[in-house]
Every structure is written in C-alpha cells, then in structure tokens.
Design a protein around this ligand. Structure first.
Ligand SMILES: *Cc1c(COP(=O)(O)O)cnc(C)c1O
Length: 407
C-alpha cells in the first residue's frame, strides 16, 4: 500500500457473499419475490446507458409489451423505479390532493395501504372495509356510490395477504365509470396469472410490480393511465407532492426519452424479458398454466388434510393461503421447510396462515412436488402429521390430467 495511510472508520471485515448465502439455494415458493427464468436473470446482470438509443428502443418495446399484458391501448404507460408500492404511490399522489375524495375498498393488508397513501396527500378518504378473508362485492360498492361522489375508487385484484380474489372487479369498475369515479386497480400479484382486461373492463389505472405475477427481478413497477385518468393527472393544482413519482416528469422519460432520473436499466432489461416471455407464452396459455398449477396444488393440500383459507368462489390462484393446524407454530414450520428442505414459503401479517405463491416460475411441476413434500415433512416434525402421500398422489393425478407441455 506504500504511502496510502488508513484513517477514519476502518473497513468492516466481512465474509464474501457466498458465505452469506445458504449452502443450498432456497426455492422461493412464498408470496414474492419468486424465482426468475434464466433469460431474465441474464438480462438483469447487464448495464446500458439510460439515455442511449438502446434504451429508447427498450422503453418503446416495454410499453408495447406492457400494453399486451394489461390488455390496453393506453398511451400513458410508465415504468417506475421502485417496488410496486411506488406505483401505488404514484397513482395516489398524482390523482389525489386536498379536496379530492377517495373510496378505498379494503379487505386486507395491501388494499388498505391505499388509504394511508391517499390520506398522505391530503385527500378525503373513506374506507369500505370487509373482514380479511372476504371479498368486496359489487353490491356494497353500488350502495356507496349511489349516495356519495368519489373521484377515485381503489381496489386490489388479488389480496395477497389472505389469498382472496376480487372476482367482481369488472362489475365494480363498471359502477365506478357510471358514477364518474376513476377505478384504480392493484394487479401486483395477479397480472399475467389471471384475466385482467383494462380497456374492456373500463379500468382507469392499473399497476403492477416486477417480482410477483410477472416473475422478474424486484425493483421496477409498471403503471398505465387511461386518457380520462391522465386528464386528471394534468389537473393537479400543485405543488405536486412527489418528485421521483411525478407522473408528468416520468412521462417525459417514457414518451420523449428525456432525463428524469437514472432509470433502473438492469431491472428494465429484466422486465423486458419477463414481458416478452409472457407474450411468447400468450396470456391464454399462461392463465391456464397458473390455474392448473394452483388447482393441482390446492387439491394436494386439501387431500393432505389441511384447510385452505379462502372459500373456493373467491379463492385466488396466485397466492394459496393455508390455515395452520391448531397448536402448530407456523414460524417453526416455515423455518424447518427452509432449513431441512430448502424451500421457503410465506407467513402472514397477523393471520395464522402460511402462503404458497403460484406466480410465474413457481407454477412448474417439480416445484409443486417439492413444496408439498416439504410442507408435509415440516408439519410432521412439528407433531401435526398430515396425509402427505395422499396429497402427493392428488397432485400427481391432477397434473397428469393437463397437457404435458403446459408446465
Ligand atoms: C406485494 C404486493 C404489493 C406491494 O408490493 P411491493 O413491491 O412490496 O411494494 C402491493 N399489492 C399487492 C397485491 C401485493 O401482492
């Protein structure tokens, strides 16, 4: 080191990354992030100039690919640097301000997050809440909208926290339109796993993250605004509360390729690949893969003797929530699955359930067998013996019934 003198805070002496990671890689079967395809991992390992010609083309391609995934001809499709919550915050921060009114349809953790963000920008917020584990139905929304005016109505398509699906979303969006309210939809865990037809259903704003339904690397999000929603974005009286999440500034980059902030180029390259894989597979086949994979897994879980959290009619396919048998510590079950079987699943916020993800790469036959085997083994270890072999047999039976090339 010659005459280089050390001064101030010394560098910490820490092992390299491979010693931080578990010796055996963990299979991510929780509620996101999820495993990624090799094309996506490779793309995410590259860096390009955020203002060069390759980036210009990448942005244009991502908008086209996202238009297919969202099923929209919207002109205002933007990428967002950050988690899915940043896109949620962009929606709230650009459509709401003091004096504006929002109705938040809340049936769980993520749907409730909208209320905090809407209140944070000074809007008047009302919450239509149903208990966690139930779905919001159109009839309740209709009652509210009959007597009150709202500028914005927010909802999730899939409530990841409880495994519940807003099956009446098309009807709710129609009600919003009839009553002059913008329908804002969180499709974070559902996009490309089940139908969502932004234009046909009249949804004004929809957003998603990269690391759930789209099965890409975490860190970027996508949002689409209808013309009606965009007009309202432009009417914001200012001062605009966010700078990075200002939709008008973001639009400069996503339409005119003008610098806003350094776009997360690696995440966007990966997202491009994720969206391209969606197009290659087609939405129809991708929906079928998710539905069949999830239904096979659900059948296996039930045949083991476990109880699923959501009633069948409103059960989400992309996140399967399972009740933990009485007296069993779910944290210990998850730890054992991870330590002995190298499979990770999710716990829950406040509820005594565990959750298995069925998003993107999680919907592959070998992963289904592995997660079910691990769950049965870990429950047995905790003294709750399940009929794991019956579960595995049911899973095999269901999967055999589907076309081989689907998985
Ligand atoms: C995960 C999730 C979010 C939040 O996503 P982040 O990327 O963690 O911000 C929001 N809504 C739903 C439905 C989710 O599943």
């Amino acid at each position: 080191m010659g005459n280089v003198e050390s001064r101030g805070i010394e560098p910490p002496s820490l092992p390299p990354l491979d010693q931080l990671l578990p010796a055996e890689p963990l299979l991510l079967m929780g509620a996101g992030p999820v495993p990624v395809a090799t094309e996506i991992a490779r793309a995410g390992g590259m860096v390009i100039n955020h203002l060069g010609p390759t980036m210009d083309r990448l942005v244009e391609h991502i908008k086209q690919l996202a238009g297919y995934a969202f099923q929209t001809a919207d002109k205002h499709i933007l990428g967002v640097g950050g988690p899915a919550s940043a896109a949620m915050e962009m929606a709230m921060g650009n459509l709401l301000w003091p004096g504006r009114r929002a109705l938040v349809l809340q049936n769980g953790w993520f749907s409730g997050r909208f209320a905090e963000m809407a209140a944070g920008v000074g809007a008047e917020v009302e919450v239509l809440a149903v208990p966690e584990g139930q779905a919001i139905c159109a009839e309740r929304v209709a009652e509210r909208l009959k007597n009150q005016h709202y500028d914005v109505v927010t909802m999730v398509q899939g409530e990841t926290s409880s495994g519940v699906c807003t099956t009446e979303l098309p009807a709710i969006a129609r009600l919003c339109r009839e009553h002059g309210a913008l329908a804002v939809v969180d499709a974070v865990c559902t996009l490309s796993t089940m139908p969502l037809e932004k234009d046909a259903w009249g949804v004004d704003v929809v957003f998603t993250g990269s690391q759930k339904g789209l099965s890409s690397l975490p860190g970027v999000a996508l949002i689409a605004f209808s013309d009606a929603a965009w007009e309202q974005v432009q009417q914001h009286p200012g001062p605009r509360p966010h700078w990075c999440l200002d939709a008008l500034r973001a639009e400069n980059f996503w339409q005119q390729h003008q610098y806003h902030y350094t776009a997360p180029v690696s995440g966007l390259l990966a997202l491009h690949e994720a969206l391209r894989l969606v197009c290659e597979e087609t939405l129809e086949r991708r929906f079928a893969r998710h539905r069949h994979s999830s239904l096979a897994l659900q059948a296996g879980i039930e045949k083991m003797g476990l109880v699923l959290n959501a009633p069948r009619r409103i059960r989400l396919n992309s996140v399967v929530a399972i009740q933990v048998p009485a007296g069993v510590d779910s944290a210990r079950v998850r730890a054992d699955m991870s330590n002995r079987f190298h499979v990770e699943i999710s716990g829950a916020f406040g509820l005594d359930i565990v959750r298995i993800g069925q998003m993107g790469e999680q919907c592959r036959a070998p992963h289904l067998f592995r997660v079910l085997h691990a769950l049965g083994g870990a429950l047995a270890h905790e003294g709750a013996s399940m009929n794991t072999s019956a579960g595995m047999a049911a899973l095999e039976y269901y999967l055999a019934g589907y076309a081989d090339d689907l998985f």
